[in-house]
Design a protein around this ligand. Structure first.
Ligand code: NOJ
Length: 765
């Protein structure tokens, strides 16, 4: 990455901007004192808006990328000189990918001190699962089902990023997805709208805190509105074509949860939805979001998505694209350059109502006021704080805690895990075991390469055993960048012999295999979900000499693991766990932390089963226990069920569920209780999950749906009664008119440790 300060300096020289120019600071001061804090923000917004020219209002709706970190294709019509010219004129409302106090301050200074009205910029950045100190990828965090921990992780991310001059994150991504081929499942909370909504709420609370104007909180952004996760065939940016019921009951709920949590911004989406690009979609942005949900923050487009309405086949040209985006309720243009170039003319011609521009500008200004940027535009630009806060020990501790909670134990035969701490010969095999970058995932713009603790380092901290490491050839060929395709090693097996020799002598072999960090994320769809490259061959070669294998998976999406489940005694799903990855994995392997994670997405048996999700419909010819004909909904070659179901995850201890009671209190209230006992020998945590089946309804309901969960910690032999209350919110659903209804009828309630639990009770409402 090019040094940002250097480039800023150069550009400043080139264009003759004096970064330390004496400015009319009284203007800024007067303005902030006249806009006293007693005045309501709405009045301040209106007063400011009344002073603005049409071009200045449109300027607020224009967002430019900084000049260094690209997180999308570089637009053909963008150049640095133009950006500076626009900045000085007050034609830029926001910058993204600008980071570091010094850099942000320099640019903010132009906006505040050189423009006519001195309106500060809002500085956006993809703070997805951390800034420099990274937590697990969001999919992994979701496997914790620990809402407090997830909220804390977002809080930490906000504090660290805000110390680097940032005040707005493009997170959380709350897209539901049922398709592991799609690389961006790593950034979401998985397949379930109930869990997804709870997590979405927690993340917004974590980022925004209770005071948005505090210097350590960020404005959050719910993205991508909507249905981005339903891209056909899992191919990135592809078309989404889904029905009303799925939209209302699966796609919308997590977005609505962010509005309930007070999220201040939304991002629309690259995909078209049922023939209309999300960016130009009036139904989504005006009718649902700003109408029905009464959202009063602003909507930013995705990178270049306004212009992309042309190749979508929706807009005729640039002007048409700008017109349709703004009319549909897209308030800010990220890197299309179309609002700044086209909107003023469109308003003058009467094709776009000025009221829409006023509304958009107002929404943006409102958030800027709430962030406290008018009181102090440099409140996120404290160099001393930046030095003290970034990389703090406390952040590493939080990252480690979150990482341990995110690990899912998929198999543990004969209690191979936890590993004994003394007297063992352990072979550690696989290039990912010493990889200090892949655990950071693909959203790691501000994190340093090689800054994660590797599994090798984590295991080296346990000195009672003899640990031998065989790296074997890298999974990828050479270094990969955020913007580049990963090239996988499919031929180099030269170091297999060494790995086999090490494995032969070992009591236990720990193999760390999976995807490198850049194999999941934006633009990283896959059609095969096995272990990439020569890793499967390596695994089988090692297995031939030593079957005592613990497979530790590092990956950003569900994989197909049939061979592994059949042959290997122990499998640990360790995702991409962030900066403290290796320490978390070692502590779980050695039993200093008892895993409690549960899968937030189903793991298929075959790619051909995708989309696969637990809350599917029953069909008219559902699965038969002993089928006598072919005429039922099935495949000839693979079972219908996933290999590992949603909600699944083991522990070093065992749990027993009993005494399920469901009591109907009224037509819209049901009390449920169950007893959970720790029947094993370790203290452990269990995610008690409640699923509901509505047997018949005016719109068919899924075979079961998650409607409650609780994370419970029990000592060996301890038991606890867990209670749930189901209200209209859990018992009802959206019909195809978009109305939320609760229909009387028969329901089954299931409670257990995953989505296949059979412990059930029937009720009638
Ligand atoms: C495109 C991604 O889809 C979006 O999520 C991200 O926030 C922007 N690029 C900015 O990097």
């Amino acid at each position: 990455m090019i040094n940002q300060s250097l480039i800023i300096g150069l550009i400043f020289c080139l264009f003759g901007i004096q970064s330390c120019k004496k400015v009319d600071s009284t203007t800024t001061k007067e303005r902030s004192s006249s806009l006293s804090s007693v005045e309501h923000i709405e009045q301040k917004v209106t007063r400011l808006l009344n002073q603005m020219t049409l071009e200045e209002k449109i300027g607020q709706m224009n967002q430019y990328n900084g000049f260094w970190d690209l997180t999308g294709p570089a637009p053909s019509n963008g150049d640095a000189a133009k950006k500076y010219e626009h900045l000085r004129k007050g034609y830029v409302g926001s910058m993204l990918n600008l980071r570091g106090v010094e850099n942000v301050r320099k640019i903010q200074k132009i906006a505040v001190e050189e423009t006519r009205l001195g309106i500060p910029l809002i500085i956006g950045f993809d703070v997805i699962h951390g800034y420099e100190t990274l937590s697990p990828i969001p999919l992994a965090e979701s496997a914790s089902w620990d809402l407090e921990a997830i909220k804390k992780s977002a809080e930490v991310a906000a504090e660290e990023a805000a110390a680097a001059g940032i005040n707005w994150t493009f997170a959380p991504m709350v897209d539901i997805s049922r398709d592991a081929r799609w690389g961006r499942v790593m950034e979401g909370a998985g397949e379930d709208p109930y869990l997804g909504s709870k997590i979405a709420f927690a993340r917004v609370q974590g980022f925004q805190g209770s005071d948005l104007s505090h210097h350590s909180t960020l404005a959050a952004c719910a993205k991508h509105f909507a249905a981005y996760g339903f891209a056909e065939s899992g191919r990135e940016y592809n078309t989404a074509d889904i029905g009303t019921s799925t939209l209302n009951n699966s796609v919308f709920p997590p977005f609505q949860a962010t509005v309930d949590a007070g999220v201040r911004t939304f991002m629309n989406s690259f995909n078209e939805l049922n023939g209309i690009p999300a960016t130009g979609n009036t139904y989504l942005q005006r009718d649902i979001l700003k109408g029905k949900w009464e959202f009063d923050g602003f909507v930013v487009s995705d990178w270049g998505s306004i212009e992309e309405m042309i190749p979508h086949g929706y807009a005729k040209d640039n002007k048409h694209a700008a017109q349709m985006a703004v009319n549909a309720g897209s308030d800010m243009d990220m890197e299309s350059y179309l609002y700044v170039n086209e909107l003023a003319n469109l308003v003058r011609e009467g094709t776009v109502k000025e009221a829409y521009i006023d509304d958009a500008a107002k929404r943006i200004l409102r958030v800027k006021f709430e962030l406290g940027l008018f009181d102090d535009p440099y409140k996120y630009c404290d160099a001393q704080r930046e030095k003290e806060v970034i990389g703090q020990q406390a952040f590493h501790e939080a990252s480690l805690d979150m990482a341990k909670k995110s690990i899912v134990l998929l198999k543990n035969e004969n209690q191979l895990l936890p590993l004994k701490k003394q007297g063992q010969k352990i072979a550690l095999i696989g290039a990912l075991a010493s990889d200090k970058t892949s655990p950071l995932g693909s959203w790691r713009i501000a994190a340093k390469d090689n800054s994660a603790v590797s599994v090798l380092e984590g295991m080296q901290a346990y000195t009672g055993n003899q640990l031998t490491y065989a790296k074997v050839a890298d999974v990828s060929l050479g270094k990969t960048k955020f913007t580049e395709e990963v090239k996988i090693n499919t031929t180099d097996k030269s170091e297999f012999t060494q790995a086999i020799a090490v494995a032969k002598k070992a009591d236990v072999v720990v193999m760390v295999l999976g995807e490198i960090g850049y194999q999941s994320g934006e633009g990283r769809s896959r059609t095969e979900l096995g272990l990439p490259g020569v890793q499967q061959e390596l695994l089988e070669a090692v297995y031939n000499v030593n079957k005592n294998i613990v497979l530790v998976l590092n990956n950003g999406r569900p994989l197909v693991l049939n061979w592994h489940q059949e042959h290997l005694p122990a499998i640990v799903e360790a995702w991409q766990l962030g900066t403290q990855s290796g320490n978390a994995i070692a502590q779980v392997l050695y039993g200093d932390y008892n895993p409690s994670g549960k899968l937030p997405m189903s793991f298929p048996r075959a790619v051909g089963q995708i989309p696969i999700y637990y809350n599917h419909k029953n069909t008219g010819r559902p699965i038969m226990p002993t089928p006598s004909t072919v005429f039922w909904s099935h495949y000839q070659d693979v079972e219908n069920t996933p290999l590992y179901p949603f909600g699944f995850g083991l522990s070093y201890t065992t749990f027993e569920y009993s005494d399920l009671q469901a009591q109907v209190v009224s037509t819209n209230e049901v009390n449920v209780s169950v007893t959970l006992r720790n029947t094993g020998t370790f203290t452990g945590k269990e995610v008690v999950q409640l699923y509901l089946k509505d047997h018949y309804a005016s719109v068919t309901r899924p075979v079961r749906e998650l409607k409650g969960f609780e994370l419970v910690r029990l000592e060996p032999n301890e038991h606890k009664k867990i209670s749930f209350k189901l209200t209209e919110k859990e018992l009802g659903f959206y019909n195809n008119a978009g109305d939320f209804v609760l229909e009387p009828g028969d329901f089954s309630i299931f409670v257990g440790g995953d989505s296949t639990t059979n412990l059930q009770s029937k009720i009638t409402l």
